[in-house]
Design a binder for this molecule. Structure first.
Ligand code: FE2
Ligand code: FE2
Length: 301
């Protein structure tokens, strides 16, 4: 790899820095509670989800706003969170609130990380669709892992913007993978850093592993199926034109990951062909939902 002119970094030091990052806010209570609930597919009932959303006045207000918007066209006024959850659907609102809570925490302006936000949303949508196709039981967990898989990039680009840019430049100049470039200039990569951050946030172990191993699915031990789903979903997000910070890498999908989700050669191609247009449409719809969900003064931007 070509020299960047930056002194190489020590991985142990980087881990310490990540763990003590004061610039990165803690995960909001609502997001933690929703993440806990996704491990149990039967928990997505309207009452419980409504009770969690009600913990946060701003999310409550936005949930009601969305339920009363033209987007849904519900014939009468929706005045309570419980009814709003029924109108919007418990799965939809849980996924929406969870992603909004995480991304608003990381990027309160909704502007600095737009590209990563779209990439993450596309990965979440792809992971949920793949989970359905592969009969993975917890599609809410797959969505959450997809949305969160690249949080390490936030940590790196906010804490070491110069080095992160140098890694991006290396990817463009040398055609190497982002992970490889990050290891060269930072001594670690966004997957590993994301795993540290997820641990610090107290996320469930399966999610920590999926985040930490999404570029090396064969290293997953707790839940290789979830990690493999996220690995494939990440590539699918790239195939729909939603990559960040560089265009889709040429790296192919790991054979191990395909085998882990039990998809044979013939099924893989058909699945990709089928899912790419589906994901494009689903991402557009989710973005539209978000436009209605965001703060009123930001609507329409
Ligand atoms: Fe990644
Ligand atoms: Fe990614």
């Amino acid at each position: 790899m070509k020299a960047t002119g930056l002194k190489s970094m020590d991985r142990v030091h980087l881990k310490k820095v990540t763990e003590s990052m004061v610039a990165l806010p803690t995960l909001p209570l609502v997001a933690s509670r929703l993440l806990e609930s996704i491990a149990d597919p039967d928990s997505a009932n309207s009452e419980e989800i409504g009770a969690v959303i009600a913990l946060d006045p701003s999310l409550t207000a936005r949930t009601l706003k969305l339920a009363n918007s033209d987007f849904y066209g519900f014939p009468r006024k929706v005045g309570t969170v419980d009814l709003a959850v029924v109108v919007l659907g418990p799965d939809t609102i849980r996924d929406l609130v969870l992603s909004a809570a995480v991304f608003q925490t990381l990027d309160p302006t909704w502007r600095a990380l737009t590209g990563l936000w779209t990439h993450s949303l596309a990965c979440g949508v792809a992971a949920r669709a793949l989970a359905d196709r592969c009969r993975y039981r917890l599609d809410g967990e797959a969505f959450a892992a997809g949305v969160l898989h690249d949080i390490g990039k936030v940590a790196l680009c906010q804490s070491y913007p110069e080095r992160f840019e140098a890694a991006v430049a290396l990817v463009r100049e040398q055609g190497i993978s982002m992970v490889e470039a990050e290891r060269g200039v930072l001594g670690s990569d966004h997957a590993e850093v994301g795993g540290w951050l997820a641990e610090r946030w107290g996320l469930p172990d399966d999610l920590v592993e999926a985040i930490a191993c999404h570029h090396r699915p064969e290293q997953a031990r707790l839940n290789p199926e979830l990690t493999s789903l996220i690995h494939i979903a990440d590539s699918l997000a790239g195939l729909t034109g939603n990559s960040w910070p560089v265009e889709a890498e040429n790296g192919s999908i790991s054979v191990y990951a395909w085998e882990c989700v039990q998809l044979g050669d013939a099924e893989r191609e058909a699945l990709l062909e089928d899912l790419v247009p589906f994901i494009r449409r689903a991402v557009e719809r989710e973005q539209e939902l978000f436009r209605h969900f965001r703060d009123p003064q930001e609507a329409g931007t």
